[in-house]
Design a protein around this ligand. Sequence first.
Ligand SMILES: NC(=O)c1ccc[n+]([C@@H]2O[C@H](COP(=O)([O-])OP(=O)(O)OC[C@H]3O[C@@H](n4cnc5c(N)ncnc54)[C@H](O)[C@@H]3O)[C@@H](O)[C@H]2O)c1
Length: 305
Amino acid sequence: MSFEGKVVIITGAGGGIGSATAVGFAELGAKLCLVDVNQQALQNTFEKCCSKGAVFENIRINQLDLSNEETVNCVISETVTAFSKIDVLINNAAISSKHNIFYEDFLEKYDATFNINLKAPMLLTHLAVPHLIKTKGNVINITSVGGIRPLPDLLLYNSSKAALRHFTKCVALELAPKGVRVNSIAPAAVKTDMVKLLGVTDVKEFEKRRAPLLPLKRMIDCEEVAELITFLASDKAASITGAEYVIDAGHLLGGTTPDYTSFQKITYLELYQSQQHHQYQLLELGPPQTHLGLQLHHWLQAPLQ
Ligand SMILES: NC(=O)c1ccc[n+]([C@@H]2O[C@H](COP(=O)([O-])OP(=O)(O)OC[C@H]3O[C@@H](n4cnc5c(N)ncnc54)[C@H](O)[C@@H]3O)[C@@H](O)[C@H]2O)c1
């Protein structure tokens, strides 16, 4: 597999999955436009790519906030100015925050979440389309298992990811006649700092507790997701469009879902997806008098998605 001469845009390239993906493409010879709001993280990714043999001039780093529509426009125009074309767009940047329908201020983060998780990928795709048609390129949107089966207390995140996966399929249908492919990848349990946005402070400690709850008893390295991304972006996947690939260590098979709220207190919700009854069954619950316990009660009544 080679991306020699191909031009790839990666958003959120300073984060765990984005950075590993940038290194993966760099190793395969791609020219890169790396976007992130975090300058230091971008610089780190740039250095990792160079240490893997990437040519300095073949990497552009673009520190900007994707929640700002005007700056999103710059990503496409600057990439084309620098490298004359676009072959692959990876919409990877996202944020998440703890919110559910019981929160008084649950809509407070609506704009912030949807602007980054949905609007920016939509706008970037729209702007990239004329260039992707010329190169018969492709788009990969990084969604989440939360967009398939809700993760607890992540109402806005789950909803934005569900919309992104459907957007993927809609655009795949529209662009297929033009030879442009559009796919998504839905991860879970990848070892990145994203859980810090949910209140987890010690990622290593989180991993120790999370891994045994997954069917494969392990969390996922960023490089594993990166390999799936490069495969899907490559000519080897020429017949794949409108698809969503799940990489989740078996999470969706009905493993267990941690309660991020009380994880630090060594209490967690252990949920078991009953194959027979097609509904969640409570096996173990942290402090029963919590607000979350009440929500869980409602959640358990809901039919399996
Ligand atoms: N880690 C997991 O287990 C997991 C699970 C499901 C889905 N995902 C998805 O994978 C993707 C990558 O997440 P990650 O785990 O590597 O998280 P991460 O937090 O390490 O990386 C996200 C990156 O996006 C950047 N970003 C955030 N807001 C931005 C903005 N306004 N403008 C530009 N950049 C911005 C951050 O600075 C960060 O570098 C996300 O779409 C996430 O939803 C991750």
